[in-house]
Design a protein around this ligand. Structure first.
Ligand code: SAH
Length: 253
């Protein structure tokens, strides 16, 4: 896609939170209101709903993220204010870093395009709030998707997280082709963590049909979840109380 020399342009990479408008930041809403064109994956554009019905929308299918970013630069080169939307936070398994990489690759052709990243509520944060307080101490975030990351590296990070006694938020726990990845991940965690370790998972956070469950790590191993789910593994101090998953901060009471 060709970008005109010396074109000025503006792209906001907007994290829209988990789904509903009330969970978007004021800044994100403002950026989308101000945009001439909104670029994003179709599902997210649909989630935006009525409020932005009058906007120009541009999309590419899933797995065509690079093309989607190039499209955003091409629109910005026409002088349009572009908002590129991502679910959750744009900089957490989102498009933000790819936008900077594409800008780098385009070199002087995109030198005048300004990129601004607008943060959003990531699934770890919104899902934790639904479950209770599972990430209330040191935690890490690991994606089980091996589309862009070798599985060996994912295994190494899971092992290190368990050895470090981190609470863990697991993104991309499953897909059609990877239905047993959560089971494989739990088996790795069980090398270190006890089978009774408190865990939970939340499906469709901030969307219709939101649901959450608490369970042990052994039970989680035998549970099938889908790609619209975020999984939470407690640390050694985590527990389930009043039906909710909590990781104590350590205050004496
Ligand atoms: N940028 C997003 C993450 C994209 S990766 C963010 O910051 O939240 C996609 C994964 O995120 C999904 O497989 C799921 O694990 C998690 N996720 C994103 N939105 C979710 C939602 N509304 N409910 C449950 N999980 C969600």
């Amino acid at each position: 896609m060709e970008i005109k020399n010396n074109s000025k342009g503006y792209i906001a990479v907007v994290g829209m939170g988990p789904g509903k408008e009330s969970m978007m930041t004021q800044q994100a809403l403002h950026m989308l209101d101000a945009a001439d064109v909104i670029v994003g994956y179709t599902v997210y554009l649909e989630l935006l709903g009525e409020r932005f019905a009058g906007k120009e929308f541009l999309s590419t299918p899933m797995k065509q993220e690079t093309e989607r970013c190039r499209l955003a630069f091409a629109e910005a080169a026409k002088g349009k204010k572009v908002a590129m939307v991502c679910s959750g936070d744009a900089g957490i398994y989102g498009m933000a870093s790819l936008m900077f990489e594409i800008k780098e690759e385009l070199g002087k052709d995109a030198a005048d395009v300004e990129i601004e990243v607008i943060p959003g509520i990531t699934a770890a944060s919104s899902g934790a709030a639904v479950l209770g307080a599972p990430l209330n101490h040191d935690f890490c975030v690991i994606s089980l998707s091996d589309l862009l990351t070798p599985w060996e590296l994912i295994e190494r990070r899971l092992r290190a997280a368990a050895v470090g006694d981190f609470a863990i938020a697991i993104y991309n726990p499953s897909s059609k082709k990877r239905h047993d990845y959560l089971q494989k991940a739990c088996d790795i965690l069980l090398e270190t963590a006890e089978p009774g370790r408190a865990c939970g998972y939340v499906r469709s956070i901030g969307r219709d049909g939101e649901e959450f469950h608490t369970c042990t790590l052994a039970e989680l191993r035998n549970t099938e979840v889908d790609m619209f789910t975020t999984v939470f593994i407690g640390n050694s101090q985590s527990r389930i109380t009043d039906g909710r998953l909590i990781t104590p901060r350590g205050y004496r009471i």
